[in-house]
Design a protein around this ligand. Structure first.
Ligand code: HMH
Length: 221
């Protein structure tokens, strides 16, 4: 029991929810080429808002890592995430102008607001590094799995959406998510039961928010 990494156990236990987040009808519609342009544009605008809120969360995580981590390399992995976000924000601006989406007057929808508020709650000093880094892994992993699937065998993703899928579905991003997972597992292994169950509850909430975010993109909520 002890040698199975915690995250592996959780992904088995919550397999249905994980699949709901990583094989959502929205990303499956990108993969099979049936996605509506209006849905993609909605996702693009809403995700730009999310990513902007994600930056201070990652900054707070960097601070927690600096204060609490037992391994210097954690900082470098998270800093790689900051660099990716910097790139992402430029990409969102370019992509939005390509699709004629105006980023200056986007109204964040309910599912997005709630997810951003949840991110903000994780920025508190009262939230332990182990909890925050586990949440960070889950947030990144859903996009990595979802978009990698849009490029995998049998996908019919349109040429114009492949670049989006590449952004999160590429192998480097996959390895980066693997490093985050290793960090989270290492921390969880050394954590008392109450932190472990808190972290598990946070992962479940991330997965639920991700499902809602994809559904929102389809115009369902
Ligand atoms: C909603 N979850 C959401 N947006 C993102 N860009 C990511 C995760 C990954 O960066």
């Amino acid at each position: 029991k002890k040698d199975i990494p915690m995250i592996k156990k959780w992904l088995n236990q919550h397999h249905q929810l994980y699949t709901a987040a990583t094989r959502h009808p929205f990303t499956l519609s990108i993969r099979d080429g049936s996605v509506q342009l209006s849905a993609f544009k909605r996702w693009l605008g809403q995700d730009y808002i999310f990513v902007r809120a994600f930056v201070p969360f990652v900054a707070s995580l960097l601070l927690k890592a600096w204060k609490e981590s037992d391994d210097d390399s954690d900082i470098e992995v998270i800093l790689g995430g900051v660099a990716a976000l910097n790139d992402e924000i430029s990409w969102f601006k370019r992509e939005a102008s390509k699709w004629n989406v105006s980023l200056s007057n986007i109204v964040p929808q309910k599912a997005n607001l709630e997810y951003c508020r949840f991110l903000e709650s994780l920025m508190s000093d009262d939230v332990e590094y182990t909890i925050a880094v586990t949440a960070f892994w889950a947030i990144e992993a859903v996009y990595q799995e979802s978009y990698a699937h849009c490029l995998a065998d049998g996908s019919k993703t349109s040429e114009e959406l492949k670049e989006t899928c590449q952004r999160w579905g590429n192998d480097d991003f996959g390895r980066y998510c693997g490093s985050l997972q290793d960090i989270a597992n290492r921390r969880l292994e050394k954590s008392p039961e109450d932190i472990i169950s808190k972290a598990e509850a946070i992962v479940i909430r991330v997965l639920e928010y991700e499902v809602e975010f994809w559904s929102m993109s389809r115009g369902e909520n």
